[in-house]
Design a protein. Structure first.
Length: 106
């Protein structure tokens, strides 16, 4: 049986990381399962704004294409994507009351 040196074992681990699936909490995962999990988390934290309403609010701010969404620890939805002109847009929305806390365009 052949033993790998610690250096080769570490290298094999690093190289294999590139072929593993994305982590389940990847902000770019827009699957129904993940979005439901985010809403469940919001409910457990007694937050009234769920993901669908956060997306509606972000669209009213100019978001056209959603690429990332996450519910942050400080009770804010963070959404990233692009506007109608293709510019990057980031919107942070209070998950308590729907207030737009921050909006940036690049």
């Amino acid at each position: 049986m052949m033993k790998l040196s610690p250096l080769l074992a570490s290298l094999a681990l690093v190289l294999s990381a590139g072929v593993l699936p994305a982590h389940a909490d990847d902000d770019r995962d827009l699957s129904t399962t993940r979005l439901q999990r985010l809403d469940d988390d919001a409910s457990k934290r007694n937050l009234t704004i769920k993901h669908a309403r956060a997306i509606e609010i972000a669209k009213a701010q100019g978001l056209v294409t959603l690429r990332e969404i996450d519910l942050e620890d400080h009770d804010e939805w963070q959404l990233e994507g692009s506007d109608a002109k293709g510019r990057e847009i980031e919107v942070e929305i209070s998950a308590r009351d729907g207030t737009v806390m921050k909006m940036e365009r690049d």
